[in-house]
Ligand binder design. Structure first.
Ligand SMILES: [Zn+2]
Length: 350
């Protein structure tokens, strides 16, 4: 097995589950592949598609790459393969789902598996999901629907309950370090730890971060955020800059890690693997903020995280998230001068 291709080492058990079901001819007709971003759900799904369309998979279920099924799939012409993707707007169109359902209906006599991929599944709104329900409820033998989602909670329960769940969890830290050190041999152990810490041990997310020069990005974010806390830059200005680069998603993930680190500094709870200089600058902020407010802030961050990449205005979202920090370090001072100002500042913490 090539450890740099799906199934990745941390997906071995899930792959086996699927292949064993297939060998017993008991493959569920719909699977919901879920797990944090950067754990390789899409790659696993592509490997599964190739495996199911192959006429002569090997003992572990990997596609042979030679047979007619494999060749048709590689050429993008396999009649039994369907892919539904999101539009530029971020949604999956109801018409795309209707087309998929009739295509599956039309090809149900074809031999072998008919495989459909719907990703990201949470891009279906309630009406689009309803259009899929009949196909989920009355499965044809040989049809396999693969849905992937990083935010399965945003899917209607009617969809979730009709799919077999396949949860991809990030590997343990040391296993993730071992994989990432081989995937990115030029990176120092310190930066590997840092990238894994910020990505929640999701190896592919960490690898992408390192390729995107994450270490430089994180140094920049930290220094600009410190300036914000010292009121050296307006939150609206910074939100505009960060919205352009590195983008709301990266910033929100970063704010989550920073907030978690502040919780750690205040309580000693949780894992902490931040370099000394980052910890030193966080310590000042940690002393100035109230623990309850950090927990409230984390809730808001997780909520906004689920909206990143949607049509919600990303810059406005960042403004709402940065304004509290602009007030944070001056609360005690303000409360001495003007109780009203403190109340106003407190109200901004959502
Ligand atoms: Zn094949």
């Amino acid at each position: 097995m090539d450890k740099f291709q799906a199934p990745f080492p941390w997906q071995a058990r899930q792959w086996q589950t699927l292949q064993q079901a297939r060998q017993r001819d008991q493959l569920a007709h719909a699977w919901l592949i879920q797990g944090p971003a950067g754990t390789g759900k899409s790659a696993l799904m592509e490997a599964l598609v190739a495996s199911l369309l192959c006429q002569r998979p090997d003992r572990e279920g990997h596609a042979c790459g030679q047979c007619r099924g494999c060749r048709l799939h590689a050429a993008g012409n396999h009649p039994g393969f369907h892919r539904v993707e999101q539009q530029e707007s971020g949604n999956i169109k109801i018409d795309s789902i209707r087309e998929l359902c009739s295509a599956l209906e039309l090809t149900r006599q074809e031999p072998g598996y008919r495989v459909a991929v719907i990703a990201p599944a949470e891009a279906m709104n309630i009406h689009t999901s309803n259009a899929l329900l009949k196909t989920l409820e009355e499965p044809e033998p040989g049809n396999v629907l693969l849905l992937a989602s990083s935010s399965p909670a945003r899917l209607p329960a009617t969809i979730r309950s009709r799919c077999q769940q396949l949860v991809i969890s990030p590997p343990a830290h040391e296993a993730a370090v071992a994989w990432l050190s081989e995937a990115s041999p030029e990176t120092s152990r310190e930066n590997i730890d840092l990238a894994l810490d910020f990505s929640g041990n999701a190896p592919l997310a960490a690898l992408q971060m390192l390729r995107d020069d994450f270490v430089a990005t994180q140094t920049r974010l930290l220094s600009e955020w410190e300036t914000l806390c010292m009121r050296g830059v307006e939150p609206v200005h910074l939100a505009g800059e960060w919205g352009k680069s590195p983008g709301a998603e990266v910033v929100i993930d970063w704010l989550i890690r920073i907030s978690m680190s502040i919780v750690h500094l205040k309580t000693g709870a949780g894992r902490q693997r931040l370099p000394d200089e980052i910890e030193a600058s966080l310590r000042n902020v940690a002393e100035a903020v109230d623990l309850n407010q950090v927990f409230l802030y984390l809730n808001v961050l997780y909520y906004y995280r689920s909206l990143a990449g949607t049509q919600v205005n990303q810059t406005l979202m960042l403004e709402a998230l940065l304004i509290p920090w602009w007030h944070t370090l001056h609360w005690p001072l303000e409360s001495m001068i003007n109780a009203d100002a403190t109340r106003r500042a407190a109200a901004i913490w959502p």
